[in-house]
Write a protein that binds this ligand. Structure first.
Ligand SMILES: [Zn+2]
Length: 466
């Protein structure tokens, strides 16, 4: 019997605003517990929320980036439930009137429809020693809800990667799944072909792309086994244990009426002006999928280089500025893929804290492209620019790193080496490529490494064949 799988996602992302959704408390990760709190986000009686305009802008930006219709009315509701990390006893959300509706993201081979995107606030967090940290309570979230259009784990991962790329690129969220700024709930059902949708099981808060893949595989098999044995699939909420590689029952699925949704009485309906929305539209950047086309088709870059360049807006900006200055996209892509990421990884740096001095990087690139320094020197000086923001011209001069430019000296040295290594010259003439490498090595030694290796090779072959 063949089965069909339907998967829908609910993706929560924390917005990159400086303040919380309804108060002026700092919205940040990793601060000392309960230091970013106030009467509003602690839900003290009488405290009144004030809507964060920046969060509304970012929600609209997300809607535009995902082809949604944007509602000009912003209305909030209360979702009531009792849990110790929810100080108010309710979460302020948008149940009846989400700000964005009916969008989509295009995968390689299909379109995934987005049902809605709504704004809500985060709850607090229970720390390892069982304290409650309310720093997270009130941080603005978006919940992105898709239709059950996915048919396998690969489509889910492709979608999440594109969504993450989009949100990071547009400075909407940093989407750090390990820090909880991107959280994914999976809704999965299995049915026999040509039957209506099966009973849906929700898997909450799966913590990595790998875990998402494994959770989908496990849950699909569990459903198929139950169906094969003629058993009923319970509508329930489960969690995924990465250690045991299986999903575990958490609770029966709540119904909307369990949450007693009501209109939020403390926040008036906001009507967004046409200018407000148009201004956001006007300032939308060219989106990564569009840029991807330019990079691969016009610049002929590999997918790996393109992924690297689009992984962070600062890197994209660096790439485009340098391409404008040099018109050498391949070399710049290479520099970013091979050197920039290597330096960042080896030194455990945060891209957001690096100052990319494009003028200095451009000067260095020019010197390198004119064959005035070796590739090794280029890498070392590039490192110095990123870490210490040095001036490459004076650094190269002060450290005597320029390649030898004196043609007579180069030619005479090479002729000398040919005359003193007749055995190797003979070997090379008899087809031993290794002998040429040895001769190149001898020349490099004579020049103390400061000569263009390609020039040496060219001249050696020329004089050997004379
Ligand atoms: Zn607060």
């Amino acid at each position: 019997m063949s089965y069909k799988i339907n998967i829908g996602l609910e993706v929560h992302i924390e917005l990159l605003t400086s303040n919380k959704m309804f108060c002026m408390c700092k919205s940040s990760f990793g601060d000392i517990e309960n230091t970013n709190v106030c009467p509003i986000c602690l839900g003290l009686p009488g405290a009144l929320p004030v809507v964060n305009k920046e969060a509304i802008k970012l929600a609209i930006k997300t809607g535009l980036a995902t082809n949604c219709n944007i509602d000009n009315k912003v209305i909030f509701d209360r979702k009531t439930y009792f849990y110790k990390d929810l100080p108010k006893g309710y979460q302020t959300t948008q149940f009846y009137n989400p700000i964005c509706k009916n969008g989509y993201i295009k995968l390689n081979n299909k379109k995934i429809n987005i049902k809605q995107i709504h704004i809500e606030e985060d709850a607090g967090k229970i720390s390892k020693n069982n304290n409650i940290d309310y720093n997270r309570a009130g941080i603005p979230l978006l919940e992105i809800v898709t239709q059950p259009d996915f048919e396998n784990d690969e489509e889910v991962i492709e979608f999440l990667k594109l969504l993450k790329e989009l949100l990071v690129f547009c400075n909407i969220s940093d989407c750090k799944i390990q820090e909880g700024s991107m959280r994914v709930d999976i809704n999965l059902s299995v049915r026999k072909s040509n039957e209506p949708l099966g009973n849906r099981v929700e898997i909450k808060n799966v913590g990595s792309f790998k875990a998402i893949k494994n959770a989908i595989k496990y849950e699909t098999n569990r459903h198929i086994n139950l169906l094969e044995n003629g058993q009923h699939i319970n509508i329930e909420t489960r969690k995924f244990s990465e250690n045991e590689n299986k999903t575990i029952f958490m609770r029966n699925k709540e119904k909307p009426e369990d949450y007693c949704y009501i209109k939020e009485p403390d926040i008036n309906k906001i009507i967004l002006s046409k200018e407000f929305i148009e201004n956001i539209i006007k300032n939308m950047p060219i989106l990564p999928q569009e840029k991807r086309k330019i990079y691969t088709q016009k610049y002929n870059l590999s997918n790996n280089d393109t992924d690297n360049i689009l992984s962070n807006p600062k890197i994209t900006n660096l790439f485009e500025t340098l391409v404008d200055m040099t018109n050498k996209p391949k070399e710049i892509a290479n520099l970013i893929s091979n050197e920039t990421f290597k330096i960042i990884k080896e030194n455990n740096l945060d891209i957001n804290n690096i100052y990319f001095n494009t003028n200095n990087i451009y000067s260095l690139l020019n010197i390198f492209l004119l064959n005035k320094i070796t590739r090794e020197t280029f890498k070392n000086v590039f490192y110095e620019i990123l870490i210490n923001n040095i001036n490459p011209i004076s650094f190269i001069e002060n450290n005597n790193l320029y390649l030898i430019q004196d043609e007579n000296l180069i030619e005479n040295t090479i002729i000398n080496i040919i005359q003193n290594n007749t055995k190797s010259v003979e070997d090379y003439k008899n087809g031993k490529e290794k002998a040429l490498k040895y001769l190149i090595g001898q020349c490099m030694k004579a020049f103390d490494g400061k000569c263009d290796i390609r020039l040496i090779e060219k001249l050696l072959i020329k004089y050997i064949n004379c």
